[in-house]
Design a protein. Structure first.
Length: 176
């Protein structure tokens, strides 16, 4: 069972419970934590081979968890989940050691498939539709969020907008 240990780092307790049950039915031994500060204790008595990390953990960034998990065990398969996807955070997650990066909603099938994917795919189609202004704005906001470690007030200041305006934009959950 040592190779089927899974650590779930998710602040949405109901979603974490659902993931936990689903992966337990698949034969994983699952531990769940809901905040960044609980990570060192979770790793002290548990050696996961897999991890699911929410990108946005209350007021913290899940990217620091990815970095800690990868430093703890470079072979660990780490999947980052987010409802606030951007190219900037995807790149940072992979650079810090994530195996894959998925947008919510993702289910346990998607996550388990992402654990199994290794490396990249050189045959992927590189033609893409033209980027819209909304997409560029969304990506710029998320790049700035990542640079400020998800500090909404500092991000708003750097972007020259009111904090409430930024919060409203983030609540819209951009779709392509």
């Amino acid at each position: 069972m040592a190779d089927r240990r899974l650590l779930v780092i998710e602040d949405d307790q109901e979603f974490a419970r659902t993931l936990s049950r689903s992966f337990e039915r698949r034969g994983y031994e699952v531990r769940v934590i809901h905040e960044v500060t609980a990570l060192p204790d979770a790793l002290a008595g548990f050696a996961p081979g897999f991890a699911i990390v929410d990108l946005r953990l209350n007021a913290s960034s899940g990217l620091c968890c990815v970095e800690t998990l990868h430093a703890h065990d470079p072979a660990m398969k780490i999947v980052v989940l987010t409802g606030f996807a951007s190219i900037a955070t995807a790149v940072e997650a992979i650079k810090l050691g994530a195996t894959n990066y998925l947008t919510k909603p993702s289910d346990s099938d998607d996550i388990e498939r992402a654990f199994g994917q290794g490396g990249g795919d050189a045959t992927v189609d590189i033609t893409a539709p033209p980027t819209t202004i909304k997409t560029l704005e969304w990506e710029h906001i998320h790049q700035t969020l990542a640079e400020t470690n998800f500090n909404i007030s500092e991000t708003a200041r750097r972007l020259g907008m009111h904090r409430r305006t930024l919060a409203r934009k983030l609540d819209k959950r951009h779709m392509r």
